[in-house]
Structures are given as C-alpha cells and as structure tokens.
Design a protein around this ligand. Sequence first.
Ligand code: AMP
Length: 178
Amino acid sequence: MNETQRAFLRQSIRVIADYPKPGIQFRDITTLLRDPAAFKLTIDLLCDAWRGLAIGKVAGIEARGFILGGAVAHALGAGFVPIRKRGKLPHETVRVAYSLEYGIDEIEMHKDAVVADEKVLLIDDLIATGGTATAAAQLLKSAGAALVAASFVVDLPGLGGAAKLRGAGIEVHSLLEF
Ligand code: AMP
C-alpha cells in the first residue's frame, strides 16, 4: 500500500468520541464501506498477501467481519465461515468463552464449518485487546483448521491485541494503525 492509499483509507474511517462509553474512540468503518473506492481498495489490500495460496475458507467475526470477510472470500475464490455470538447458529457448534472488560462473552462456529488442515484466513474490522480474535483462532484450531493469518483493517497497537496473537504464534496483518 502506498502513502496516498494509506491516507485515503485513514480519512475514510470516522471517529466517534465516547462511544459506546466514555473514553472510547470508536473507529466507525461504515464511512469506509459506503465509499465505493475505499471499500474496493480495502478488499483488494486485504486479499493481496493471499492470492494463489489456496485459502479454502475465510472466517469472519460477527458483525463487521461478515461484510469484509464475505467480500474477501469471494475475491479469493474461498468459502465463507461465520463466527457468531452464542445462540445464533442453527447446527451443532464449537464454542469458546472469552473475557471482556466486564464479564465474559461467548462465540461459536459450526462444528463442520472447516475440514481438517484446511487453510483458513481470519478477518475482522479491528483488533483492540485481541480477546475476540484470540477466541476465534481457538475455535478454528479446535475444529482442525490451519490458520494462515488474522487480518484486520485497523489495529490499535496500544491495546496489545496484535502482540498477543503473535505471541500465540499467529501471523497478524493490518492495513492501518491508530
Ligand atoms: P477486542 O476483542 O478487544 O480486540 O475487540 C475487537 C472487537 O471489538 C472487534 O470486533 C471490533 O469491531 C470491536 N471494537 C473494539 N474496540 C473498538 C473501537 N475502538 N472502535 C471500533 N470497534 C471496536
């Protein structure tokens, strides 16, 4: 990605102060998604490292990871796997609990979503503390997937999520840091 592209993507993401609670700077990617050039560039860049690598599935984390992951899966000629909040998937699932700032949350994936040793790329819009992505990686590995990497539009390096994933042996890519 060149500097012009980086600057273009940075300015296409809106910042909402104090959402959803005081002190949080929410990075709102809906402004990027609604801009055809920004959306296309984002999907192209998210795909770049993986073309020709025979990625079998792209796994997207609810909900913004569905929008990005679906487009990336299509572009790579891969299948798409939804990773969802507990109770949303109709068939037999694998489930992982992870800590939030207050309390715990649980995410699930269909047990038969991937086949053993299949190359899977994990996608979400943003990595902050890494709790969500770490749990998603656990789900994929427990289902036998070969997790190739986790890719994000935005990394908030100050919150340590990317470092945490890398510490767990997972390759991490992001387009922008804030
Ligand atoms: P975490 O598990 O802390 O890495 O949080 C990542 C998840 O929460 C992603 O699905 C993001 O969409 C969302 N998220 C966390 N912090 C922010 C933020 N500052 N702006 C936008 N989304 C965020």
